[in-house]
Write a new protein. Sequence first.
Length: 150
Amino acid sequence: MIRVQAEDFDVGAEMAALTGARKDIGAVVNFIGKVRDLEDGALSAMTLEHYPGMTEKMLADIEAQALERFDLQETLIVHRYGKLEPGAQIVLVITASAHRQAAFEACAFLMDWLKTKAPFWKLEESDKGRTWVEAKQADNDAVDRWQEQS
């Protein structure tokens, strides 16, 4: 399941809704990404922009790859957009499977791909001005690791 929204999310409620009373799920792994302050503590906000329609399609494609690659019962990706302050939740990924290894690996896979392929643009605002966040080589290296394991 994919959702792109401005509103915050409740991790416990999302997990309960995803897994419910299912008895075939033995492992649930989640990742919560938050707005991190700058090293000098000067971040006032981060604005995430996206193209509606295109973003949801790309997230659905990434989710489909995870479902094909790992033995999962359920997945959830919630990604926020808009102006967020330091400490705010940005992204939630939940993976559920019969066994823990698939859930852990799928969650890592989804986050690595979301970090590099999801069409979001991040603008940091601080007392020094506004700066677009550039991709990091470490994020690209993480995706390369998954491609090597294909």
